[in-house]
Design a protein around this ligand. Structure first.
Ligand code: IPM
Ligand code: MN
Length: 352
């Protein structure tokens, strides 16, 4: 099979972790007789430096022409402490999500048997956790109207959702739940927010089409608590953009390192695969970042974008083997030897 993949390495540790995912993907392609054509494109602060904007048209064209996009990370600290900066790397990410129609962000959280004691949460709480947070990604407060009063002392951001946006996301949630343990949790703040009441009403109306799925409706504050108390009780959770942003960072703690969790964003035009961690600028260029979240994102890409399940499974197996054998970066090494980012990538590619 011929796989056309756009490669957006981005900023910080992005290029280093992307390199490892490319090595592993190429090894898989070789083994299964696929031909991957990678097309690199600029994004984030790297694109601002090169062409003055974080998601240039040339990058968009490359993404639109590709079968899938593999993405590293974007963000640079020089923008974080400058609230007046007119162009920010994150704008590129949001523009890309909107332009590619990436409306559903799939963020799984699971535990690795060999790492269970790495989690700050007790083993008995997290054992058996295997959940997916399905985050709406192109609506809500991220894309609502925002502004400042003339004197600059009042600011507003608005959250808007349409029924169609909720239906499209919830449909994926129901379908995903059908292939798993048939439990769906709709996370909202319907005791306060009108958009949440629309979400709840819309999902309730869809229940009749999926009689086998048990749906629960929970407030986001309560879910934030239960996620660290009883994460194994959840299966598929659906939620709006900002709640999903916050809950997925929280959920990543369960697995023991933010460097482990992959994600995919399902889109109207193409789909995108990326680690859930950020650009980790303190580690950039040091060859110390954990590449596994990106490698596992490549596994999701093989399976979800190309239907290549066996290839994806092989990547996951080799990742599990590396963890079990302690071929890990410093975030997971504890008192044992820490391997470099590139060494972990080489080891994985060799073991494919
Ligand atoms: C994420 C990130 C982004 C978001 C930022 C970088 C804009 O935190 O992908 O979760 O808030 O969506
Ligand atoms: Mn986030």
């Amino acid at each position: 099979m011929k796989l056309n993949i756009a490669l957006l390495a981005g900023d910080g540790i992005g290029p280093e972790v992307i390199d490892q995912a490319v090595k592993v993907s190429n090894a898989v392609a070789k083994k299964f007789n696929h031909e991957i054509s990678w097309t690199a494109a600029l994004t984030g602060a790297a694109a601002i430096d090169a062409v003055g904007e974080p998601y240039p048209d040339s990058t968009h064209e490359i993404c639109m022409a590709a079968d899938a996009v593999l993405f590293g990370a974007i963000g640079h600290p020089r923008f974080d402490n400058d609230p007046t900066a007119k162009v920010r790397p994150e704008q590129g990410l949001l523009k890309m999500r909107k332009a590619l129609g990436l409306y559903a962000n799939v963020r799984p959280t699971f535990t690795f048997p060999s790492l269970i004691d790495n989690s700050p949460l007790k083993r008995e709480r997290i054992e058996g956790t295997d959940l997916i947070i399905l985050r709406e990604l192109t609506g809500g407060i991220y894309f609502g109207e925002r502004g400042r009063s003339e004197d600059g002392n009042t600011a507003f951001d608005t959250c808007t959702y349409t029924k169609d946006e909720v239906v499209r996301l919830a449909k994926l949630g129901f379908e995903m739940a059908m292939t798993r343990s048939k439990k769906l949790c709709c996370v909202d703040k319907a005791n306060v927010l009108e958009t949440s009441r629309l979400w709840r009403q819309t999902v309730q109306a869809m229940e009749k089409d999926y009689p086998e799925v048990t749906v629960s409706y929970e407030f986001v504050d309560a879910v934030a608590m239960r996620l660290v108390q009883w994460p194994a009780s959840y299966d598929v959770l659906i939620t709006e953009n900002l709640f999903g942003d916050i809950l997925t960072d929280e959920a990543s703690v369960i697995s023991g390192s933010m460097g482990l969790m992959p994600s995919s964003s399902i889109g109207v035009h193409t789909s995108l695969f990326e680690p859930i961690h950020g650009s980790y600028p303190q580690a950039a260029g040091k060859d110390i970042a954990n590449p596994l979240a990106t490698v596992l994102s490549a596994a999701m890409m093989f399976e979800d974008a190309f239907g290549l399940k066996e290839e994806a499974e092989l990547i996951r197996e080799v990742v599990n083997k590396s963890l079990a054998e302690g071929i890990v970066t410093e975030d997971l090494a504890g008192k044992n030897k820490a391997y470099k980012t590139s060494e972990v990538g080489d080891w994985l590619a060799k073991n494919i």
